[in-house]
Design a protein around this ligand. Structure first.
Ligand code: SF4
Length: 320
């Protein structure tokens, strides 16, 4: 068996705030094989974005990735790399696409200036060659008339078009891994579908691996083959996407599915009762117990083991 492209081992990322320690990611483990797409799902504050930023090593004080965490990427521990080497990993080997395309683009520079700057940072190309490459990339992500559009500013693009530009930047160096963090949240449903289609297409064409972070279960089946479900900085369930969606094991995953407006899922919408707990003072035992209808005394006291139930299916719940 070949080594996975990415192996996240016991990842713990904490934020030391004046109000207490936020254990944003607390002992996360997962692997991703080359060319595969993995979804990370959970409500806001579950730790999914911090997991993505930790892989990119974009955690700044008061945040810290704790000793004992390992992020093995192509056989190297990214957490042991000096910052100058990490700068070349970002963009070249791992790219990230963020949720809000407007804040990720600089409003005072044209799309062409921004795209060519990214290209020239990572590749030894002349200005002319970088412009040609930028035009090709814009074409690849479905922007028509790229020779003209390259001279436009971000405000002259729609939200969906701006997200396409960010995807063009992310793929400009043919990275081995793209981390897309809620890339369609700020977009309308039709544009969402187009961006998902584009990401799928690019993933197929350039063979890159993908981590797709979202709070939207309905989207995830479109693009990934495997999903992990996060809550309070921990993974509660992991499995193959169709199986996990059709037969959720963890009560939290089940709750997420029932709160989803989907014509394929029968019954009334039932939002999960309660709210995600305070990250500074999380509940004892199973972090989901204050919201779980199956909770017992044991759930309040002990953190359930993350158990393998069957091939490629893991869950952290005493019911299994
Ligand atoms: Fe519910 Fe207990 Fe399972 Fe947690 S461990 S999800 S509280 S049954």
């Amino acid at each position: 068996m070949t080594d996975p492209l990415l192996s996240v081992e016991n990842l713990r990322t904490y934020f030391y705030t004046p109000y207490g320690v936020v254990k944003a990611v607390n002992g996360v483990n997962f692997e991703l094989e080359s060319g595969k797409a993995l979804g990370i799902i959970g409500e806001s504050g579950s730790g999914k974005t911090v997991t993505g930023l930790s892989i990119m090593r974009l955690i700044f004080p008061p945040g810290k990735i704790l000793k004992g965490s390992r992020i093995m990427f192509q056989g190297e521990d990214l957490l042991l790399k000096p910052e100058n080497e990490m700068r070349s990993v970002r963009g070249n080997r791992i790219s990230m696409v963020f949720q809000d395309p407007m804040t990720s683009l600089n409003p005072v520079f044209t799309i062409g200036e921004q795209l060519t700057r990214v290209i020239q940072t990572h590749q030894d190309l002349t200005k002319k060659e970088a412009i040609e490459k930028a035009i090709t990339l814009l074409k690849e992500v479905g922007i028509s008339d790229p020779e003209k559009r390259i001279k436009n500013y971000p405000h002259q693009f729609s939200g969906g078009m701006r997200q396409r530009v960010l995807i063009a930047m992310a793929i400009s160096c043919h990275p081995n891994l793209i981390i897309a963090d809620e890339p369609t949240t700020a977009l309308d449903v039709t544009t969402q579908a187009k961006i998902i289609e584009l990401l799928k297409d690019l993933q197929r064409k350039i063979g890159t691996s993908l981590i797709f972070i979202t709070h939207d279960l309905a989207l995830i089946s479109e693009i990934v083959s495997e999903v992990i479900v996060m809550y309070c900085g921990m993974i509660l369930e992991r499995g193959e996407v169709d199986e996990l969606l059709s037969e959720p094991l963890h009560p939290y995953t089940e709750g997420l599915l029932h709160s989803l407006p989907d014509v394929n899922i029968k019954g009334d919408l039932q939002p999960i009762e309660g709210t995600i707990p305070s990250p500074i003072n999380p509940p004892s035992g199973c972090k989901f117990h204050p919201r779980c209808k199956h909770a017992t005394v044991e759930c309040r006291e002990d953190v359930p083991e993350f158990k393998k139930i069957r091939s490629d299916r893991y869950v952290s719940c005493i019911l299994y």
